[in-house]
Design a protein around this ligand. Structure first.
Ligand SMILES: Cc1cc2nc3c(=O)[nH]c(=O)nc-3n(C[C@H](O)[C@H](O)[C@H](O)COP(=O)(O)O)c2cc1C
Length: 216
């Protein structure tokens, strides 16, 4: 909302301008009406692949709407007040044991890496030992009515690979979000990646498409 008061035009000087900008009227939907779209991408990542996908999605969202405010944040950094103002919330994580990660599965992944020779060890993401998406949802407040969201994961290409995105989507729905897309999986090679060729481009296109959908 923008309220401007100016002194009468006939007075030479001074002209006082009062600008009041109400940042959070009723959450995301109000900001969309004000013309400024807020996109927040929240991710969890052990080896960096989901991080790369999250960045690509954020990048695609920004390209689709250059005026949008787009944030791409680890779960440990994703301030819940900021998340509440999002017109579009996108949440993603790696697939562990066919679904969302847990404290145990992250520990298993890290322990397996520690057993490797130093030169074979992949770089571990900051905060990988901390809470994951599952824990983050425990503190997430209920969405403002009309808030929109989407879920993604990274996973292998095996027949029984499973995926974390459906579990993430279910939690988003339970928190009151409307899903704007089917849960999406992005394929990695092996356990530690890298992402399969073409997946970063597909993630960018997916992010752009989400924004185009909610922009109507
Ligand atoms: C403990 C553990 C369990 C895993 N289980 C699965 C699985 O069930 N299905 C699958 O497709 N990938 C599985 N993976 C591979 C992960 O999906 C892969 O490491 C992840 O997508 C990489 O993302 P990140 O680099 O962001 O951590 C597993 C990895 C770990 C460490």
């Amino acid at each position: 909302m923008l309220v401007c008061n100016t002194a009468p035009a006939c007075e030479p000087v001074p002209v006082y301008v009062l600008v009041v900008y109400v940042v959070d009227l009723a959450g995301g939907a109000a900001m969309a009406q004000a013309g400024l779209m807020h996109v927040v991408v929240v991710f969890e990542s052990l080896f960096g692949n989901t991080h790369e996908v999250a960045e690509a999605i954020a990048n695609g969202a920004q390209t689709a709407d250059p005026t949008a405010e787009v944030a791409c944040l680890r779960v440990s950094e994703a301030d819940l007040e900021l998340v509440k103002t999002a017109d579009l919330l996108v949440v993603g994580g790696p697939t562990h044991m066919h679904g969302m990660t847990s404290g145990l599965s992250r520990k298993m992944g890290l322990t397996a890496e520690e057993k490797k020779d130093e030169e074979e060890r992949p770089e571990i993401e900051p905060g990988a030992e901390g809470p994951g998406v599952r824990d983050w949802f425990a503190d997430l407040p209920r969405a403002v009515k009309g808030s929109q969201a989407a879920a993604f994961d990274t996973r292998g290409d095996a027949r029984m690979a499973g995926g974390a995105a459906h579990g993430i989507a279910r939690r988003l729905r339970r928190h009151g979000y409307d899903l704007v897309a089917e849960p999406e999986g992005f394929i990695i090679e092996g356990t530690e990646g890298p992402l399969r060729a073409g997946e970063p481009d597909r993630a960018r296109a997916w992010g752009a498409n989400l924004v185009q959908q909610i922009a109507g």
